[in-house]
Design a binder for this molecule. Sequence first.
Ligand SMILES: [Ca+2]
Length: 141
Amino acid sequence: MTANGGELKLLLRGTNIKAMDFLSKSDPYVTLTQGGKLLHKTRHINNTKSPKWPVFTIPLQMLNPDAEVVITCYDYDGKNSKADLIGRCSFIPNVMASGAVGKELILKSNSGKNHGSIIFDDIQLKKLIEKILKDFFQLRT
Ligand SMILES: [Ca+2]
C-alpha cells in the first residue's frame, strides 16, 4: 500500500484589487500562511485588478486543515523593493472545502479598509488514504 500524501488544491483569483502603484494598477500576488509558517507564495500578475493565479497544491504534512489559513495579498514592486501590503483574509480549509467553490473573501487592509476580494474558483481537500480508512473504521465501531 502506498502512502498517498493528502493535499489541499486551490485555484484562486482576485477581483477589485486596489491599485497601489502611482500610475498603474497593482501587480498582485498572495502568500498563504498558517501560524506564521509560509505554505505557498504565488507568482505576481502584472498590472491588473483581476489577477488569476495558477492552480497550486499544499501537502497536508505542512498544513492543519482544521486551523485558520491566512491569505495575504501584496503588490509586487520589483526585486529590490519591498512589496506593498494590499490586504488579508482567512479561511479554514476543512470548512471551505465543503461546498464553498465560488466563495468570495474580502481583503482587509491593516486599517480595516476593503481592498478587494479573493475568489475560490476551486478548492479540494484530498486526505490521506490512511486517514479516510481510520475515519471509516471509527464510524463502524
Ligand atoms: Ca507594483
